[in-house]
Design a protein around this ligand. Structure first.
Ligand SMILES: NC(=[NH2+])NCCC[C@H](N)C(=O)O
Ligand SMILES: [Mn+2]
Length: 306
């Protein structure tokens, strides 16, 4: 159902942007949960490119509102280059994070590819958090709370220019789903920049079906749909293995419906799976539930109706 059936897995084993160590083990946990086999069972041609490499995590406090900025830049640069190369070769990149700061490298590569090919870009940001902080607004200095702002041009020069154009994206191209934890200053900034947010209150009231119908409403045959799946989007009862759990997320069924409706569009062109933290997981449960959901994203359907 998805347009591109040739997929490249790119592991980016770092927790450089997070406030909790362990997301660096995410890529391997997804492999152990048999991601490749699961994708192949849905007719996807999969190549695992292995892991990128970058600087170690020095685990230092923030400086001028950013923690580990130079290391964050280095990891995002290699991520950008690897993802851009896959897209150029006509393959669908799946980035196995790693923390969500890597969305800067990943989405800026996708945006560059869309400029090259004249495609319209849409970004679905599945997350408990808006990730729209800046060095002034952040309560933590952790760059995994800033990628959407950086992509929209609000952030340090070295990070915002990675994709070759500033800003890399417009806030109008983003749909955030599952949001339930936004810092006070960040919230004001989200409203100011007019991000389209389908928060948990909206999903509670309107349901996942209506939410996704709206989030996917204006796609067309020329759209490249990028899905940035932060595993903390899910309710912690089904996904405990993340660094920044927030109660009250989508249930297993709601999350599957979300993924199935994305799959049904046929427009997904790239994907991030981020923030999976095996150090906090229980017997790789969160990796397994993520792989289940990725299967739905690639067209697995248990629907009995024809
Ligand atoms: N991708 C994530 N897990 N982001 C969590 C961000 C948490 C908090 N808003 C911060 O900026 O520190
Ligand atoms: Mn996130």
């Amino acid at each position: 159902m998805t347009t591109l059936r040739s997929v490249s897995l790119i592991g980016v084993p770092t927790d450089i942007g997070a406030g909790e160590r362990g997301a660096s083990m995410g890529p391997e946990a997804l492999r152990v949960a048999d991601l490749t086999k699961a994708l192949r069972s849905h007719g996807v041609d999969v190549v695992d490119r292995g892991n990128l490499s970058g600087p170690p995590n020095p685990w230092l406090p923030p400086v001028d509102g950013y923690r580990h900025l130079s290391e964050v830049v280095a990891w995002n640069q290699v991520t950008h280059d690897a993802i851009y190369a896959e897209l150029k070769a006509g393959r669908m990149p799946i980035m196995l994070g790693g923390d969500h700061c890597l969305g800067i490298g990943s989405v800026s590569a996708v945006a560059r590819h869309c400029r090259d090919t004249g495609k319209k870009l849409r970004i679905l940001w599945l997350d408990a958090h808006a990730d729209f902080n800046t060095s002034k607004l952040t309560p933590s200095g952790n760059v995994h709370g800033m990628p959407v702002a950086c992509l929209c041009g609000f952030g340090p020069q070295e990070l915002i220019e990675i994709g070759g154009q500033v800003p890399a994206i417009s806030p109008k191209w983003v749909r955030q789903i599952g949001i339930r934890s936004v810092d006070a200053g960040e919230k004001r900034f989200v409203h100011e920049q007019d991000l389209e947010v389908f928060d948990m209150r909206y999903i509670d009231e309107m349901g996942m079906r209506h939410t996704m119908e709206l989030a996917l409403a204006t796609l067309d045959a020329n759209t490249h749909l990028h899905v940035s799946f932060d595993v903390d989007f899910l309710d912690p009862s089904i996904a405990p293995g993340v660094g920044t759990t927030v109660p009250g997320g989508p249930t297993y069924r709601e999350a599957h419906l979300c993924m199935e409706m994305i799959a049904n569009t046929g427009y997904m062109g790239s994907l991030d799976i981020v923030e999976l933290n095996p150090a906090l997981d229980l017997q790789n449960r969160t990796a397994k539930v993520s792989v289940d959901l990725i299967e739905s994203l690639f067209g697995k359907s248990t629907l009995m109706r024809k």
